[in-house]
Design a protein around this ligand. Structure first.
Ligand SMILES: Nc1ncnc2c1ncn2[C@@H]1O[C@H](COP(=O)(O)OP(=O)(O)O)[C@@H](O)[C@H]1O
Ligand SMILES: [Mg+2]
Length: 245
């Protein structure tokens, strides 16, 4: 479970200070899906970085299962990220010189997994995102949607508790966006992930069980009628009149 209390983040640039987050309080239960929406520059990515332990708040605490990511040592934070948190980005962030399989394996290196097991687990993860026949392809030999699938496999191969996504469909066309969203929903449900996603896509935000809107560093939460309970993608489709994404 995440508990954010009074999270403020200031960036200094020369004499200027930008307050990207202003006193954000937020609780996210295990297995929850939370969508974060809001205008450009509102603080969405900054919030995701705090939640992912990629950066630390200027004030306030970010507790994951009682551990405060704001104050633990850099070594512990690195370890915690490697074990518990998978992250995907709009721009995929794959290493261009590595194959799909090698890209996925990189997530297991910090965990000390032996090469043979790494290869096997990476191949399995790629199969689970529908790329079992693309193991040896370089990122440049894959479509945008396929590259995002590789990034998803890389995020999930370590079996994390938390999946974070920063505009994961921002670089994709509509059809591919629907494929990737369907895949993410399925994986969220199958693995019981805590799934937190930033998007500016209203059609995705409308479907989220919980919606956080961030403007000028301040958060507003909306429960969209389903409480905190888990539900299947099928139920979700049914409730929305089978509109899909
Ligand atoms: N590394 C940084 N240094 C200085 N300012 C930053 C940095 N990252 C973000 N900001 C500023 O913080 C604010 C929030 O940015 P961000 O979280 O990226 O917004 P969003 O993801 O909602 O577009 C913006 O005003 C942005 O310019
Ligand atoms: Mg952003």
């Amino acid at each position: 479970m995440y508990k954010l209390t009074g999270v403020t983040k200031r960036y200094s640039r020369g004499k200027e200070t930008v307050e990207a987050l202003r006193g954000v309080d937020l609780t996210i239960e295990d297995g929850d899906q939370l969508v974060i929406q809001g205008p450009t520059g509102g603080g969405k990515s900054t919030l995701l970085q705090m939640i992912g332990g990629l950066d630390r708040p200027s004030e306030g605490s970010v507790e994951l299962d009682g551990v405060n990511l704001a104050t633990i040592s850099e070594a512990k934070l690195t370890r915690l990220r490697a074990e518990k948190i998978g992250i995907i980005f709009q721009s995929f962030n794959l290493i261009p010189t590595l194959t799909a399989q090698e890209n996925v394996e990189t997530a297991l290196v910090p965990l000390g997994v032996k090469p043979a097991e790494r290869r096997e687990r990476a191949a399995e993860a790629l199969s689970s995102v529908g790329l079992g026949d693309r193991l040896k392809h370089a990122p440049s030999e894959l479509s945008g949607g396929q590259q995002q699938r590789v990034a998803i496999a890389r995020a999930l191969v370590k079996k994390p508790k938390v999946l974070l996504a920063d505009e994961p469909t921002g670089n994709l066309d509509e059809g591919t966006r629907d494929d990737i969203m369907g895949l993410l929903e399925g994986l969220w449900h199958e693995y019981g992930l805590t799934f937190i996603m930033v998007t500016h896509d209203s059609s995705i935000a409308r479907r989220a069980p919980r919606l956080a809107t961030i403007k000028a560093g301040q958060i507003t939460l909306t429960e969209q009628g389903r409480g905190n309970g888990r539900f299947t993608p099928q139920q979700q489709y049914a409730e929305q009149g089978n509109q899909g994404y």
